[in-house]
Design a protein around this ligand. Sequence first.
Ligand SMILES: Cc1cc2nc3c(=O)[nH]c(=O)nc-3n(C[C@H](O)[C@H](O)[C@H](O)COP(=O)(O)O)c2cc1C
Length: 240
Amino acid sequence: MPQTKHFTSEAALPNTICSFLHFAHLSLINFESGLFFIEIPPFLLIFKSTQENFKVFIKLTNTFLYGRMVNNDMEEVSIREAYNKFKPESCVFVISNDEQGKASGMVAGWNMKCSSDPGMFAVSLSKKGYTHKLIRQCKEFVVAVPNKELEEVVLFFGSHHGNEVDKFADSGLETEKAKIVSVPLIKNATVNFECKLDKEAEAGDHIIFIGEVVACHINNDKKVLFNFKKKDGKRDFGEF
Ligand SMILES: Cc1cc2nc3c(=O)[nH]c(=O)nc-3n(C[C@H](O)[C@H](O)[C@H](O)COP(=O)(O)O)c2cc1C
């Protein structure tokens, strides 16, 4: 025989919501039968008593009493876990040239538009990579927004180092001459921003490069690639 647990409203609920029971009476929670009942005369509401349902009930009750949502599930997590909540996030190619004018680049999920007049775009690049060295000496870079057809190249650019492989030659990624900067555009990208380096800022293990956008180009018919949470340890992408 499964043991049945009954809780009175006062035992089951925090003090803060007991006054609610003057007009809404949580008469019984019966976890084993899988139901709990809320009496708001003349109605009797019956809910499936999952832990989730009960949490939702407590949140709604708090909202009703105090006019604000109270998060009962707040949990302290690592910085990695917290950042992961931002996914899906857009990711971009960040391209620059070496001293010989040869282009290389990487992928950055940590990117943002940061001014509209003048247009400015920022990317945060790891100090461990190669691309930040190119931007420092070239003072120009291109931010190219990929789409689903470039997914394989995104994975390649995002997992190899430009001082070890020739990313453009190895991937066959097609480029096009930019209007103002010396760094090439990515032909099949959805958006290309031509940027002149405005300033850089150290940010822990990354460097934030802020570029003034001096020209933008779009491929109207293309969508934008988003990086989802990893699935079975593998990167997963979709486009919108
Ligand atoms: C979807 C995706 C997002 C990434 N976001 C970033 C990022 O924001 N900043 C960064 O430094 N590296 C990021 N990376 C990793 C770099 O792209 C990767 O380390 C790359 O190999 C560096 O190339 P480089 O050494 O030629 O500069 C990302 C990779 C992927 C696939």
